[in-house]
Design a binder for this molecule. Structure first.
Ligand code: NAD
Length: 305
């Protein structure tokens, strides 16, 4: 019965593309839409159907999934703006909307409440696990919203992820997600700084990584996403920092974390430092590179202003 579900997938970038492919591999019927025609073609080659407009893509959809850059894109998609009508005007009342983008909590709540007023179910379901996790179907989904909506989404989220958490009410998924990403940025900066210190003192970064992986400095960035080129194969640092999770997206997430901290009057000095470092890295022209490229900031040979 699940294979009969009609899914509309909007936003087929680094993350959305491989997520939609996993739904197709699971035998689901998927209609895709992205502003970039080449992103759509990649999916139709894998068996997805496509539409001329986003309004057409969601026609008769049981489930709509979006994977867009930021809150303004999600709000415009569902509630509309001066350029386009929102999906809210065409979605079926029985439709479940799953937004997996990482966005500000206020927008997630605004969109969720507006859809609820039209009888449409909504969950915020940001993900962790990067492009590797999206491709392998092992993402962690962090869901905010009504428990019954979460349970309805499970059979679909299970096709794209391995660990699916219900974090709490509407917006809770986004709060948990930005806490995670603030910590991730701090770990990436710290790992880069430590590896560069070892290199500056004549050590081999691969050997030092192996040592730290068996010591108390072990962490996800060191083990699975090493920022030093050629320590690990198939990670962005070994591919010119292409693909992966863009510096500008991390900068956005740190902005969300700090805004949240201001509202809750929380003390986040490490997050603020990471925000400042990623802001400078982006200003130096690295915004489109993977976030592990912050490693170059610590190199004596990098092009610093
Ligand atoms: P991306 O820039 O690669 O992809 C975004 C896609 O959305 C693009 O293909 C773009 O053309 C499309 N798009 C933008 N506006 C649109 C619209 N109105 N209609 C249809 N398509 C539209 O970004 P990404 O790396 O896939 O990230 C997407 C979201 O996932 C972001 O919120 C990001 O913070 C989050 N995220 C990314 C990663 C990662 O490792 N890349 C990990 C976890 C979470």
């Amino acid at each position: 019965m699940q294979t009969q579900l009609k899914i509309a997938f909007i936003g087929l970038g680094n993350m959305g593309g491989p997520m939609a492919i996993n739904l197709l591999k699971a035998g689901m019927q998927v209609c895709v839409f992205d502003l970039m025609p080449q992103a759509v073609t990649k999916l139709t080659e894998q068996g997805a159907s496509s539409a001329n407009s986003v309004l057409e893509a969601v026609k008769d959809a049981d489930i709509v999934i979006s994977m867009l850059p930021a809150g303004k894109h999600v709000e415009a998609l569902y509630l509309g703006d001066d350029k386009q009508a929102g999906l809210i005007s065409v979605l079926d009342k029985n439709c479940l909307v799953i937004d997996s983008s990482t966005i500000d909590t206020a927008t997630a709540q605004k969109v969720g409440k507006a859809l609820a007023e039209h009888g449409i179910a909504f969950i915020d379901a940001p993900v962790s696990g990067g492009v590797g996790g999206a491709t392998a179907g092992t993402l962690t989904f962090i869901v905010g919203g009504e428990l019954s909506h979460y349970e309805r989404a499970l059979p679909v989220l299970n096709k794209m992820g391995k660990n699916i958490f219900h974090a709490g009410p509407l917006g809770a998924g986004q709060v948990a997600k930005i806490c995670n990403n603030m910590l991730l940025s701090v770990l990436m900066v710290g790992t880069s700084e430590a590896l560069q210190l070892a290199i500056d003192n004549g050590l081999d970064p691969k050997v030092v990584s192996d040592i730290m992986l068996q010591s108390s400095g072990r962490n996800w960035t060191l083990e699975l996403y090493n920022p030093c080129p050629n320590v690990l194969p198939n990670v962005p640092s070994s591919k010119g920092y292409q693909g992966g999770f863009m510096v500008d997206l991390m900068k956005k997430d740190l902005g969300l974390a700090i805004d949240t901290a201001i509202k809750s009057e929380s003390f986040t000095p490490m997050g603020e430092l990471a925000q400042s470092l990623y802001g400078k890295h982006s200003m130096q022209g690295n915004g489109q590179l993977d976030f592990s490229s912050i490693f170059s900031m610590f190199s004596k040979h990098s092009n610093k202003e």
